[in-house]
Design a protein around this ligand. Structure first.
Ligand SMILES: Nc1ncnc2c1ncn2[C@@H]1O[C@H](COP(=O)(O)OP(=O)(O)OP(=O)(O)O)[C@@H](O)[C@H]1O
Ligand SMILES: [Mg+2]
Length: 542
């Protein structure tokens, strides 16, 4: 409100005052310039009259002095005495008019000769006053100054300032000073400044009102804007906090997701392990039946084959003896002919030669079947192994020695045995597992240059045995199946596919587990994790 009063009341008033001041100053200057021009005319006229007077005086010296009509009433003729008028040889006079003030209104003009003096008294005030009236100025204040001495002052003392001064009067020492103020005031018209001030007031008032309205509108818009800003700020704050919550939720979700994935993986592994164990168990049960059924036939086929082998050997000896004895027989005898026919028909020679070989194949085959059956038996047998507290390093050293003897070609075996704590286990089974894994590594490196490394370490509550090779490695599909019974990639007859499944079972019976890391073309690493006390359930089982 105070601002409104200031804007609508004070500002237009101040502006109109300023406009009034500026326009009145301009008007004053304009009027002053006109006045100066007019006063210059007064001065020039006075000058002209004065010169004329002086000329007349001078000229009049010879005859009579006739004053200019304009000056006549103001010149005292009291000095122009008859005696003087004719007595003076005016030609001798050095006519210099020297004005001097005799009284306040009279100017005494002295004209000098060597010893002659002629003076005229001019009633200056009356003369100049008449001059002004003649020029249309009416009453003016004058001051006639001679040698900086005021000769006279008309109409009261002149103000210090605002005086028109023209020094170039008839004599340099004489100056006419005219008060400009009444002239300017007479000419000055304050109608224009007043109108301008009024117009300015109105204009600024309208402008201020408009400005005020604009300002009010702006203020309201600003307030609205601020309210919207505050609302926006609030909304963005809410959004920010919601985003934070969302981000936190997302993080939490992600964490949960990872946890879930971990659990899933563990579950998947557990499922896989369970199904694998189930399959093993089923297989074990089936195997147990088959093993039971074929174990005896295999046993007697084996022993019979061995019997048969000695029988065949005996028969071969007998036939050889018969062969030699037949050499003394009469080739025409009926016995010889019958024997020869039988000999040729039965192809006895070939049979004698091939029989041992065939028998050998049979014995080898039955041996192989017996081994498979033994493995199956072991696979199906329930864990009733004797576990004792022992230090594995002794058994591991002898396994390494055996393995070394099986290495052929350009394959190096590097071992790093460290001090191991005692652990409860079945040492011969661990040796068997290690042998199987070593043999697989040697077989994987067959026909190529390679390196097998064996390292031991204690990790938490377990002993870990690592067997690594830089062989061909395995594809994901093969790696997923290596522990399955009868799974083999080896040629028919050279691998049973029972090695790793047995290893798995044996280590499982120790509550341990086998970890396989393999990269195709780079090699494989089998890590056997054995809990220090195999009788305790291992929580690390994967
Ligand atoms: N170190 C290894 N490098 C590459 N492949 C391997 C390695 N060890 C095992 N395997 C693969 O795993 C398969 C199964 O091995 P496992 O020992 O069970 O059977 P096998 O060696 O084929 O036959 P067996 O051991 O009965 O003679 C192998 O056929 C082979 O493909
Ligand atoms: Mg094997």
């Amino acid at each position: 409100m105070r601002y409104r009063i200031f804007a609508i009341g004070i500002i237009p008033a101040l502006c109109s005052a300023l406009a009034f001041w500026i326009s009145s100053t301009v008007e004053h200057n304009r009027v002053g310039a006109i006045a100066d021009h007019m006063l210059e005319q007064v001065n020039n006229r006075a000058l002209q009259d004065f010169y004329e007077l002086a000329d007349r005086v001078r000229d009049g010296m010879a005859t009579t002095v006739e004053l200019p009509s304009s000056m006549a009433p103001f010149v005292s003729s009291r000095s122009l005495s008859e005696a003087w008028r004719f007595a003076i040889d005016l030609s001798d006079l050095d006519l210099k008019a020297i004005p001097s003030a005799t009284d306040n209104a009279t100017l005494n003009l002295n004209f000098h000769s060597d010893n002659q003096q002629f003076r005229i008294f001019l009633d200056s005030e009356a003369w100049l006053q008449a001059l002004c009236t003649d020029l249309g100025f009416g009453d003016l204040s004058f001051s006639l100054v001679y040698r900086d001495q005021s000769v006279f002052v008309s109409g009261g003392p002149l103000p210090d300032s605002d005086v028109f001064r023209q020094d170039d009067f008839i004599f340099p020492q004489l100056s006419l000073l005219i008060d400009r103020t009444p002239v300017i005031e007479g000419m000055y018209n304050n109608r224009y400044p007043m109108s301008l001030a009024a117009l300015t007031f109105l204009f600024i008032l309208v402008l201020a009102e408009k400005f005020q309205r604009q300002r009010f509108r702006l203020k309201r818009s600003g307030e609205r804007l601020r309210a919207v800003e505050a609302e926006l700020e609030q909304t963005s704050e809410i959004l920010r906090s919601q985003m934070e919550v969302t981000a936190n939720n997302q993080k939490e979700l992600l964490k949960r997701n990872y946890e879930l994935q971990d659990i899933n993986r563990t579950l998947e592994q557990a499922k896989h392990q369970i199904s694998f164990s189930e399959r093993l168990a089923n297989l074990g049960e089936v195997s147990a039946g088959i093993v039971h059924e074929i174990n005896n036939p295999i046993a007697y086929i084996g022993s019979n084959l061995r019997e048969l082998e000695s029988d065949v050997n005996a028969l071969r000896g007998f036939i050889n003896t018969l062969d030699k004895a037949s050499d003394g027989l009469d080739v025409h005898s009926e016995f010889y002919k019958t024997l020869l026919a039988a000999y040729q028909e039965l192809n006895v020679q070939d049979a004698i030669q091939q029989a041992p070989e065939r028998l050998e194949d049979c014995i080898h085959g039955i041996e192989r079947v017996r081994k498979i059956v033994q493995d199956m038996k072991r696979l199906s047998s329930r864990g009733n192994n004797e576990m004792t507290l022992c230090n594995l390093n002794d058994d591991i050293s002898s396994v390494i020695n055996i393995v070394k003897s099986r290495i052929k070609g350009d394959v190096e075996l590097r071992t790093n045995l460290v001090e191991l704590p005692d652990l409860v286990c079945n040492a011969s089974q661990i040796s068997q597992v290690l042998t199987n894994i070593f043999v697989n590594a040697i077989q994987a490196l067959e026909g190529r240059r390679g390196l097998i490394t064996f390292t031991e370490r204690v990790q938490g509550n377990s002993i870990v045995l690592d067997v690594c090779d830089d062989g061909p490695g395995m594809s994901e599909e093969i790696a997923a199946r290596v522990f399955e019974p009868f799974f083999t990639t080896k040629d028919l007859g050279s691998g049973t596919g029972m090695g790793l499944s047995l290893c798995y079972k044996l280590i499982d019976e120790h509550n341990g587990w086998i970890e396989l890391k393999t990269t195709p073309g780079a090699g494989s690493c089998f890590s056997i994790h054995l809990p220090l006390d195999a009788t305790q359930e291992n929580s690390n089982v994967q």
